[in-house]
Design a protein around this ligand. Structure first.
Ligand code: GSH
Length: 219
């Protein structure tokens, strides 16, 4: 079986990278330079017509959307513990968190960094940035409140894909220069999580994979 993960530094693909590392399977990591527009190259659009990362090619067949990739990897490698598959309630609660990150938090981020997804109007893009950042701050407060209740992890499932998505969100908050000091429970949790060996490894792999040359080979 051939597995190729398409990601990009600083992106939500970090969650998929962490997950595929947990499987212990052999895979190839292909890093795109989003700023250079690699995601809009015809070779990549043949893999993900939406021009986004992550994507996972399984024997040449692509799966896109982070949550779909996590679902595939968790089902294909049940011992990996990517999702709490053996406990239906915890699985549902973990998917609930992941869907909230994708459908809500990520959309606030897209308002800030990817205004072209919503409008061609420069003035509207500026407004989207402002409202996206404000709504992100509300979402971060929700995360902080959750940690106040749940303690070390985002839910009772222990460290899952949802916790690593929270690291991705923290990086975006830094990029947007959001003051995280009023969110100290969540910010401290993220700092702790970043020292976990499995997270440090994913961050290291992401950094090492800085794209030098863009070339897609399917298969
Ligand atoms: N719903 C998608 C969102 C993927 C997404 O927006 N990825 C960003 C990086 S975090 C991307 O590829 N952006 C490039 C672009 O919009 O041109 C998923 O969950 O996989």
């Amino acid at each position: 079986m051939s597995l190729k993960l398409f990601g990009a530094a600083g992106s939500c693909a970090l969650v998929a990278l962490w997950a595929i590392e947990r499987t212990g399977a052999e895979y190839e990591l292909i890093s795109l330079n989003l700023a250079a527009g690699d995601q809009r190259q015809p070779d990549y659009l043949a893999i993900n017509p939406h021009g986004r990362v992550p994507a996972l090619a399984v024997d040449g067949t692509a799966i896109t959307e982070l949550n779909a990739i996590l679902t595939y990897l968790a089902a294909r490698f049940p011992a990996s513990g990517i999702l709490p598959a053996s406990d239906p309630l915890l699985l549902g609660q973990t998917m609930e968190l992941l869907c909230w990150f994708s459908s809500t938090v990520h959309v606030h981020i897209a308002q800030c960094f990817r205004g072209e997804r919503f409008t061609d109007d420069a003035g509207v893009k500026e407004q989207l940035k402002i409202s996206g950042k404000a709504r992100l701050v509300v979402a971060l407060a929700e995360l902080d409140g959750r940690i106040a209740q749940s303690g070390e992890f985002l839910n009772g499932a222990g460290f899952t894909a949802a916790d690593i998505f929270s690291i991705v969100v923290w990086r975006w908050a830094q990029k947007l220069e959001i003051d995280c000091s009023p969110l100290s429970r969540w910010a401290d949790k993220v700092r702790r999580d970043m020292t976990r060996p499995e997270v440090a490894r994913a961050l290291e792999l992401e950094a090492m994979a800085t794209p030098a040359k863009w070339a897609v080979t399917t298969g």
